[in-house]
Design a protein around this ligand. Structure first.
Ligand SMILES: *Cc1c(COP(=O)(O)O)cnc(C)c1O
Length: 376
């Protein structure tokens, strides 16, 4: 039987490859590889898509988070509340600016921060919250902004997995003070290399971010801030412009695939399937189920995963170990059992194949084999 990968970019290239390579050729022939009109026009197009006034592109989603934290002047002595279920870039950049990550447990159904527990983690050092719209599922931004406003806390949205997702008919990334995006190839809007962007409606933040990403200068060789070098190159900007025009179509295809999985997985006991929160419109960067037979160890999930692998069905585990228990954060002093929901979820999660070009027949095969593994 044909193998089914968890993710496949070659199929996308088969449909838009000609457009991509023509645009790339044009950039290569132009001799202008850094900055220039393509980067500026992409920033304008992305800002318009997001419904914001400012878009500053940069080299990665990781850099976007760093630039956002720096622009908001978060640093030594500050605490930043975030989720233990995310890619490490979120907390890495909190640490990179000298601040301390503070973890709050998650809600098992949405995989996002548990709103009810955020208030208990707020201290007089809390400067910001970084919600992560994990797997493309937006978190309740109305409730989160209320908490943030009540405590005078800044909100940086990590939208790396949620380009195009909406909360209450507003694009995520445009609701908090700053939104951070990644154009890593496997994200919903992915480049053919690294890329990222920061978006905001706050004019006063655009200027420092523009300077910070370019060695702390406005122009020439006069430097006002300690910056970094973080640019989106012209090649990626040209490719992203083309891909942005397909984003809604691709996100719709992901929604259809999620709806299909929902139907196909309905009668399967022992599986919790993901569902959109009321008010949220997910873009399904991942379709992540939970295998609930055992929440104390990951052995049951790992067993199912390797059986699937033997049948030619690829799947992924996001994430096997919560951030608060990672060796790198030993010094923060978290203990196993302290964030029990996240810890259990990490033993149960399994992300099934999800990409816009996945066919219905392939989905049927995935679910057929999964059911087989669960009874066998
Ligand atoms: C991918 C990702 C990032 C980092 O983006 P890069 O472009 O790879 O640097 C940050 N946060 C989350 C949640 C991500 O998934």
């Amino acid at each position: 039987m044909k193998k089914i990968p968890p993710f496949d970019l070659t199929r996308q290239y088969q449909t838009i490859g000609k457009q991509i390579s023509d645009a790339a050729q044009e950039v290569l022939a132009s001799g202008g590889y850094i900055g220039g009109s393509l980067v500026e026009s992409f920033e304008q197009q992305f800002a318009a898509y997001m419904g914001v006034s400012e878009c500053l592109s940069c080299n990665s989603g990781t850099d976007a988070l760093y630039l956002a934290l720096r622009a908001l002047q978060i640093g030594a002595g500050d605490e930043v509340i975030t989720t233990p279920l995310t890619f490490i870039a979120t907390t890495e950049m909190i640490a990179a600016v000298g601040a301390k990550p503070v973890f709050v447990d998650i809600d098992a159904q949405s995989f996002n921060l548990d709103l009810a527990q955020i208030a208990t983690a707020i201290t007089d050092k809390t400067k910001a919250i970084i919600p992560v719209h994990l797997f493309g599922q937006p978190m309740d931004m109305t409730a989160l902004m209320k908490i943030a406003q009540a405590h005078n806390i800044l909100v940086i949205e990590d939208c790396a997995q949620a380009t195009g997702a909406e909360w209450a008919a507003q694009k995520v990334g445009s609701i908090g003070h700053i939104g951070c995006f990644s154009f890593y190839p496997t994200k919903n809007l992915g480049a053919c290399g690294d890329g990222g962007a920061v978006v905001t409606n706050d004019r006063s933040l655009a200027e420092p971010i523009r300077m910070l990403r370019d060695h702390g200068r406005r122009s020439g060789y006069y430097h006002q801030l300690t910056g970094i070098n973080s640019r989106l190159d012209a090649l990626q900007a040209a490719i992203l412009q083309i891909k942005l025009s397909y984003l809604e179509q691709w996100n719709d295809a992901r929604r259809q695939i999620a709806a299909n999985y929902y139907q196909l997985l309905q009668p399967v006991p022992g599986i919790v399937i993901p569902q959109e929160t009321d008010g949220g419109r997910s873009v399904w960067n991942q379709y992540t189920i939970r295998l609930t037979k055992d929440g104390r160890t990951s052995s049951y999930r790992d067993q199912i995963r390797s059986k699937l692998q033997q049948m030619g069905i690829g799947s992924m585990v996001y994430y096997p170990l919560p951030l608060h228990l990672q060796p790198v954060y030993q010094d923060l002093g978290y203990q196993a059992g302290q964030l029990p929901v996240c810890e259990q979820v990490c033993h149960q999660v399994l992300s099934l194949p999800m990409f816009p070009e996945l066919s219905f027949q392939e989905q049927q095969q995935v679910v057929y084999q999964l059911k087989d593994c669960l009874v066998g």
